[in-house]
Ligand binder design. Structure first.
Ligand code: PEP
Ligand code: MN
Length: 269
């Protein structure tokens, strides 16, 4: 279990993290924060430092974005998860965030993993898009070995020959991690799907596979989003998705045994 503010990820409570891909404006972030909290989210997501595939795309507001997240936490009581891309930024991001997100593109940045571990903050480790499960767990192990036990894994889809979805959502990895690791794992249906119409179905599949929570992109006006608009849910769609999860919680709790092992690498080669 990973403690965050006054709750935990990986315990009895299913935890939803939600919010925009990028922190854009005060009103965008605040309205989203209030909305997702009302719909049952515990944690607000939002990128201030953005790893964009194109150098010409919006790169994030940096410190100003962190300050907006801080104000959104004060206004709503939601915990904050936000990405840190460079080891130089770890102290700054750790001063504002409750959970440090290590993005897919950084999963194998070992200097960053060590620096993030030493911050003492819980870490949300996203699976690299080209990473095997063994690679993923090795990166988690680096954080653990650097004295930080509070790692939350995140399955966000991997690259395969299939291009019909943005990434191939490897839900089998969620079921397997629940059997072989003590670490909590959450599902990111947004980056796996790439299109908002598919996100609720992917969320339900992730829950059924045994995920401890979700991280979902939500935006007041997805068509105008500065990043990842295609896969961001409207407020109404987010409500609908949350309501649709209920029957899947029962499936989730039947799906895996409690006999997780502390060390995982042998099991996955
Ligand atoms: C994100 O969460 O917005 C993000 C960039 O995710 P990933 O690192 O999984 O691509
Ligand atoms: Mn995104």
């Amino acid at each position: 279990m990973v403690p965050v503010l006054d709750f935990a990820v990986g315990g009895d409570e299913f935890i939803t993290m939600a919010g925009p891909c990028s922190v854009e404006t005060e009103s965008q972030l605040m309205t989203t924060a209030h909305h997702v909290r009302q719909a049952g989210a515990r944690i607000l997501r939002g990128g201030a430092f953005k790893p964009r595939s194109s150098p010409y795309a919006f790169q994030g507001h940096g410190l100003e974005g962190l300050k907006m997240l801080d104000r959104a936490r004060a206004a709503t009581g939601l915990a904050i998860v936000t990405e840190v891309m460079s080891e130089c930024d770890v102290p700054l991001v750790a001063a504002y965030a409750d959970i440090l997100q290590i993005g897919s593109r950084s999963m194998e940045n070992y200097t960053l993993l060590e620096a993030a571990a030493h911050s003492g903050r819980p870490i949300l480790l996203k699976r690299g898009m080209m990473a095997t499960l063994a690679d993923f767990l090795r990166s988690a192990q680096i954080i653990l070995d650097n004295g930080n036990p509070n790692v939350i894994l995140c399955e966000r889809g991997i690259r395969t020959f299939e291009t019909a979805t943005r990434n191939t959502f490897d839900v089998a990895a969620i079921a397997l991690v629940k059997q072989i690791s003590h670490l909590p794992i959450i599902a990111d249906p947004s980056h796996a799907a790439g299109h908002r119409d598919l996100v609720p179905a992917f969320a339900r599949i992730g829950v059924a596979a045994g995920a401890d929570g979700l991280i979902v992109e939500v935006h007041p006006n997805p068509d105008r989003a500065w990043s990842d608009g295609d896969q961001s849910l409207t407020f109404a769609e987010f409500n609908e998705m949350m309501d649709s999860l209920e029957p899947y919680f029962a499936i989730r709790s039947q799906g895996w045994s409690e006999s997780a092992h502390q060390r995982t690498l042998e099991a996955v080669g």
